[in-house]
Design a protein around this ligand. Sequence first.
Ligand code: NDP
Length: 322
Amino acid sequence: QSLPVAILVPGQFNDHAAGRIDRTLRQVKIERADPSLVTDDMRRTVRGIASFGGINAAFIDALPNLEIIANFGVGYDSVDTRHAAQRGIMVTNTPDVLTEEVADTAIGLLINTIRELPRAETWLRDGSWVREGNYPLSRLTLRGRAIGIFGMGRIGLAIARRLEAFALPIAYHNRRRVEGLSYDYHPTLKGLASAVDTLISVAPGGASTEKAVNAEILQALGPNGVFINIGRGSTVDEAALAATLANKTIAAAGLDVFADEPNVPQPLLDAPNMSLLPHVGSASEHTRRAMADLCVDNLVSWFSQGRALTPVPETEKVKARR
Ligand code: NDP
């Protein structure tokens, strides 16, 4: 083929990744991943997609020559991987390169939530320190807490390793026990929540975790309970979470992710003892550049060597067509 391979890039994208696609492949912009915006030229030429996710079956079907979807991010719950696998289309994500950054953010969010550091800073900046004196003592402390991790994968383990240095006991829940890991394993999320007072969710989104953290799970944490979510907003029943904070069923929560980003439901904004971040888990220039490189390296490797570097498990067996 004489023309460089056409890669469709829906909506806003990472500048570094877009620049690399421009230099090594051919970038085709589209306003959003909407089949009605796909032109005949796209239908004929597009063989790859690079995106932040949001690729459904209809969009995949609108591109008959599509071979690979390079997802920017490790979480790929908004890409229809089952449909991609059925159509023989490779899906890649960006694992590992963001693990330590996201774990760092999780620890920051945990301490912000428990020690109220953002509110204490506001106290200084708005003059309350001068007018009213010292910031009130935080009701909560990390000391004496028992940590439960929902989703002991790459990031969960990096969070656990950090918390070991805080001298806190750690337990976890996955569908499968992790071989060779000495932390207490709970085969159910309810069992984990009952055994700890601090639950950190770093589980992926998707049907199997949809609203898994519900009123019953939160209640099991008890009145000293703290819930942190750095995984996906869809794993939480947000209305139940706001209610448990309002009626003091648990003590505090910290969220980096929401079910309908960037829209944060008013009850969550109004909930007491809530620390909120706008999905910044991996959002440093350093780490986003590494993710951009891995996203584009997958495309380059696929079209030059017929092999993806980091395929998602659902499409691991998909082979290059030519
Ligand atoms: P991994 O695949 O390494 O870990 C995911 C873990 O979750 C596995 O241990 C898996 O174990 C467990 N898990 C998956 N499904 C279920 C289920 N239904 N019930 C219980 N446990 C489950 O992924 P990473 O650690 O690399 O990333 C985790 C998630 O973090 C991503 O999917 C993404 O959504 C989120 N993330 C958020 C970021 C942010 O900016 N806030 C940044 C990066 C990632 P098992 O299969 O045995 O169940």
